[in-house]
Design a protein around this ligand. Structure first.
Ligand SMILES: N[C@@H](CCC(=O)N[C@@H](CS)C(=O)NCC(=O)O)C(=O)O
Length: 215
């Protein structure tokens, strides 16, 4: 039985996993989760009570795999393909994981905080938290700007899990705190990411949903 991916095309962490799936043309059955739809949400909570997408279901192994990084690790182990998401060298593999964590924890979740604040009920906004998130993104972008300068991808010449993580994190971060005028190397990296066929496809498939993105 095919892998099933519970996700939404607009969801940034789902996009991270979609990039990995498309990199290696890994077959899967798409299961779109509408978290704002009561029935869809309830069905998904029965699978993963934490309620966060994406989640991969491998019925053949009776495994339910949450967390984007863990899903990509599972794909790398069980469905390897031409793109190797982790280098074989343990030292390089650890650095790769570090970049994956860096993009998730120091850019992606702060971007989520800013976007999430836009859909909070009136009077429940967290201006302090949003300012803090913006500051953290600026610090992280400053580090990326130096680090990515001599490289094509986050780890150099090879496209890895770190680039799967960087693609949606930087793409959405650039929507909420545009960095085109201030971070030229990061902007060039983002351009390379958007031109990569896997992420280009992810963005194309998200297009019909862009009007749902909170401005
Ligand atoms: N650490 C998780 C984060 C997943 C996550 O935050 N997903 C968001 C969508 S991009 C979500 O499901 N949000 C719904 C909610 O928090 O209720 C991962 O890497 O997969």
């Amino acid at each position: 039985m095919a892998l099933e991916l519970y996700f939404h095309p607009l969801s940034s962490f789902s996009q991270k996993v979609l990039v990995a799936l498309y990199e290696n043309d890994t077959p899967f059955a798409p299961r779109i989760v509408e978290l704002s739809n009561e029935a869809s949400r309830a069905a998904f909570l029965a699978l993963w009570p934490i309620g966060k997408i994406p989640v991969l279901r491998d019925a053949a192994q009776d495994r339910t795999i949450p967390e984007s990084s863990i899903i990509i690790e599972y794909l790398a182990q069980r469905f390897p393909g031409k793109t190797q998401f982790f280098p074989a060298d343990p030292d390089l593999a650890r650095q790769t994981r570090m970049f994956d964590r860096f993009y998730d924890l120091h850019i992606h979740i702060h971007m989520q905080k800013i976007v999430g604040d836009r859909i909070r009920p009136a009077g429940k906004n967290d201006a302090f938290g949003v300012e803090h998130a913006k500051g953290q993104i600026q610090t992280a972008l400053g580090m990326v700007e130096q680090d990515i300068k001599p490289k094509t991808w986050a780890m150099g010449d090879a496209f890895t899990i770190a680039d799967c993580a960087a693609a949606p994190a930087l793409w959405y971060a650039n929507m909420v705190v545009p960095f085109g005028d201030t971070h030229k190397n990061t902007t060039a990296y983002l351009k390379r990411l958007t031109e990569r066929p896997s992420f280009a496809r992810v963005l194309k498939e998200a297009e019909p949903y862009f009007s749902m993105f909170p401005k």
